[in-house]
Write a protein that binds this ligand. Structure first.
Ligand code: SF4
Length: 347
């Protein structure tokens, strides 16, 4: 198949190619992977658990992301024994260590919430969560910038919900986000990519806990890691090279820590363009001058943010197949899950 991308990208041809690629990748990847387990604030699923008897249904979470994940709902206020409806609450005092207090009658719910949350996070270990989606602004569930009132009754958006803080302290490497932030395409892409990578990592370890698993996993994820952080990419390469010298558990723990830290760093058009150039290097000799010119033009359009990442990725994917490049063929960066793939329409 010949692809012609003129100076202004031939969007129609590219659209068909992208659609064909989504279909082709989608079937295999869907069959290969079980649903990902994610914790979620219960009210986001549309359950009437809020203090006023209402909910905060988020359709993207239920209808779109919900196709790929299995949610484990957690409502801290209801699960710690409070009724629906109930008096509203807020945080007050020191933003680093606030109290949870009812707004009108000033009952202090801190001890009740903390002792329940400390038990609940231990229970959640058994669920094998790959992440958590919190309800923003809640004194119990908010992940950041929650209002904390000072002694004069003045609020400052500096707090973390009481359950969310205990959860994040207990699971420091788990991907976490809030529903509002997931409406931002870049934050959404980053969160979803992280939960898929963590799931793949756990599945790989569940199949075989040996050094070869780490080497294979790393080989497949190299370019993905590079797209987030060249610094972590180098550190992980060194770690994998020393794999034989380390106790297995230390290797797994260190690898997972650096992996999740790397993926927390956002990709940018500059970082992605660097990876695209790196990939082009693998078949540069085989490309005709016309093909090379075409690819460079598309990459340049992407770097200038005129077109989304999916466009150069699709063209590269085509050349990888055409010139049968085995190393690139196995890269997760080129073969993401369908949901991850669709996200590249927006970054
Ligand atoms: S924000 Fe948290 S505590 Fe409040 S209703 Fe939702 S899940 Fe329950």
């Amino acid at each position: 198949m010949a692809i012609r991308v003129s100076q202004a990208v031939d969007r129609q041809k590219m659209k068909s190619l992208v659609e064909a690629k989504v279909t082709e990748i989608g079937i295999g990847a869907m069959q290969a992977m079980e649903k990902i387990k994610l914790g979620i604030s219960t009210c986001l699923l549309g359950q009437n658990v809020r203090y006023d008897g209402g909910h905060k249904l988020d359709r993207f979470l239920t209808d779109t992301l919900g196709q790929y994940v299995e949610y484990v709902p957690v409502c801290p206020e209801v699960e710690c024994g409070l009724p629906v409806p109930r008096e509203s609450m807020h945080l007050e005092g020191d933003p680093e260590s606030p109290r949870l207090v009812t707004s009108r009658t000033k009952q202090d719910m801190t001890e009740r919430m903390v002792s329940w949350a400390e038990r609940r996070v231990v229970e959640l270990e058994r669920d094998g969560l790959c992440g958590f989606i919190f309800k923003s602004d809640s004194p119990s569930s908010g992940m950041e910038r929650v209002k904390v009132y000072d002694s004069k009754g003045m609020p400052a958006k500096k707090g973390v919900g009481m359950f969310a803080r205990i959860f994040m302290d207990h699971f420091p490497l788990l991907p976490v986000e809030e529903e509002g932030r997931l409406h931002d395409p870049k934050l959404r892409e980053n969160f979803i990519e992280r939960i898929f990578v963590l799931k793949r990592w756990r599945e790989a370890l569940a199949k075989k806990e040996n050094r070869g698993t780490v080497v294979d996993f790393h080989t497949m994820h190299k370019l993905l890691i590079l797209s987030h952080s060249p610094k972590h990419y180098q550190a992980m390469g060194k770690l994998v090279a020393r794999a034989k010298e380390m106790p297995l558990k230390d290797l797994f723990r260190q690898y997972q820590t650096i992996l999740m830290e790397a993926l927390q760093l956002k990709t940018t058009p500059k970082k992605n363009a660097n990876v695209l150039m790196h990939m082009m290097g693998y078949f540069k000799e085989q490309l005709s001058s016309d093909e090379k010119q075409e690819l460079l033009e598309v990459m340049d359009h992407y770097r200038q943010e005129v077109i989304p990442l999916i466009v150069p990725m699709t063209l590269i994917h085509h050349y990888v197949r055409k010139y049968d490049q085995p190393y690139l063929k196995q890269q997760v960066y080129l073969n993401p899950h369908p949901l991850e793939l669709q996200l590249r329409n927006h970054v």
